[in-house]
Design a protein around this ligand. Structure first.
Ligand code: ADP
Length: 425
């Protein structure tokens, strides 16, 4: 195994798998910390998907180290800690604490933090993260239900999460090329820095940064840095690049969309689905909390929809409604209730013959995939930057598109199905 990655959520893991696959690596996604003694799949890259972004930092550290140890035991030559391209975290973590623990585990004196994913509009300049044309703190991420991002200065954000000294490498140094960047890393390490935020504006920057990190035992970042790390592997000649899938065979069965993300992109996709006339069901969190609406009733609604057009079941809500729900139920309780509801609904739909699941939201996808009993994924064609179709490699035979909330264009829920063979929506 050339690259072993630990991802802090499931859609992030899939996003990284897509990046590594596109660069030519045979990549498999594994759900959760592997059981002791179990064998990881034989692949160029293995990405272990955790649900560790929004849990207590100590738990995230323990889980991440266990996953990293399994990857090391399977021979991973380089470890990558993957988090969101919008640096989703709070002052309590979990990026800083997990990065520090993995540095200890791998004996890594200096690493980088590179969330940028230019193809999806996430860039970093002078240490400030941009989402499209907006600073992170002005973007819709400021209203995220679990980790509102209200500071764009990543040096500051990460330094609040860790005692390790955090520094910055600016774009000018990166544009001087690989040797200059390596020299900068050495100088910063000598000066006492341990984690460096690296400016990144383009895929070319990612390749330079990746090349400069070739010998780092641990790298941290978004899926973008996977591009540079995979390119190192291909350049080394150790792996012959694999062709990229353009379409994917999907098991027979009905399609459904389950959306738990409250991101601007997902809200737009729901509106596009409404305009296109897909059957829509909005979940009322109050009714769920009071037991006036149950997963069985939600599943029955989906099963009763006519034809093969995917019904869309969503809890997604704009910031004002979201805040009202959180005030009533509590932030984490509301999130858990909706995740559990969508997960249980998915399980009932699977049992009723649904086999193609499009799920919007990282935490939501983690809960749903666990309920579906899928433990390993093969990576299929790219639907949009960061989102591939996947097919289960263990557990029930399903096609799954796991979409990080903010990814995909407005017609994502309408067009994704076109990449599946045997699909007649
Ligand atoms: P994203 O990928 O956009 O971050 P996630 O699924 O990771 O999406 O996170 C969204 C969180 O918001 C989940 O925990 C979800 O259950 C919760 N949530 C969804 N809808 C609502 C709602 N109407 N009220 C409160 N919380 C919600």
């Amino acid at each position: 195994m050339r690259i072993g990655a630990v991802a802090d959520d499931i859609t992030g893991a899939t996003d990284l798998c897509l990046m590594l696959t596109r660069e030519g690596l045979r990549t498999v996604q594994v759900m959760g910390v592997p059981q002791p003694g179990s064998r990881l799949p034989d692949a160029d890259a293995v990405v272990i998907a955790l649900k560790s972004r929004s849990i207590p930092a100590a738990d995230a550290v323990e889980m991440s180290c266990a996953a990293a140890r399994a990857l090391q035991a399977a021979g991973a030559e380089q470890l990558l800690f993957k988090y969101c391209s919008t640096f989703d975290s709070t002052d309590a973590g979990n990026i800083g604490p997990v990065a520090a623990a993995l540095m200890d585990l791998t004996g890594c004196p200096l690493t980088i933090a590179c969330p940028s994913f230019p193809a999806a509009g996430r860039t970093t300049y002078k240490g400030h993260l941009f989402v499209g044309d907006l600073l992170l703190s002005d973007s819709p991420l400021k209203d995220h239900p679990l980790n509102p991002m209200r500071d764009s200065n990543l040096v500051r954000v990460l330094q609040r999460q860790t005692a390790l000294p955090v520094g910055l490498v600016q774009i000018g140094t990166i544009r001087q090329g690989v040797d200059a960047l390596r020299a900068e890393f050495a100088a910063r390490q000598a000066a006492g820095d341990r984690i460096l935020i690296v400016d990144t504006l383009s895929d070319d920057d990612l390749r330079v940064i990746g090349a400069a990190c070739e010998n780092m035992p641990l790298v941290t970042g978004g899926s973008g840095i996977g591009l540079g790390l995979a390119a190192n592997v291909i350049r080394s000649g150790k792996v012959r690049p694999q062709p990229v899938a353009r379409r994917m065979k999907a098991p027979a069965g009905r399609p459904v969309v389950l959306a738990g993300s409250c991101s601007a992109a997902t809200l737009g996709q729901i509106e596009a689905a409404r305009s296109a006339g897909l059957p829509l069901l909005a979940l009322d969190p109050g009714a769920l909390a009071d037991g006036r609406l149950t997963p069985a009733e939600i599943a029955a609604w989906a099963i009763a929809q006519p034809g093969t057009r995917p019904p869309v079941i969503y809890s997604s809500a704009p910031p004002d409604i979201l805040r009202a729900v959180q005030d009533r139920l509590g932030q984490h309780k509301a999130g858990a209730l909706l995740e559990t509801t969508l997960a249980e609904t998915a399980r009932l739909l699977r049992d009723a013959g649904f086999s193609r699941f499009l799920i919007a939201g990282g935490e939501t996808s983690g809960a749903v995939v666990a309920a579906l009993g899928v433990t390993m994924l093969y990576i299929g064609p790219e639907i949009a930057p960061g989102v591939p179709w996947t097919r289960s490699a263990a557990g029930p035979d399903l096609a799954l598109a796991l979409k990080s909330g903010n990814f995909g264009g407005p017609d994502f829920f309408l067009r994704a199905w076109d990449l599946l063979e045997n699909h007649d929506v």
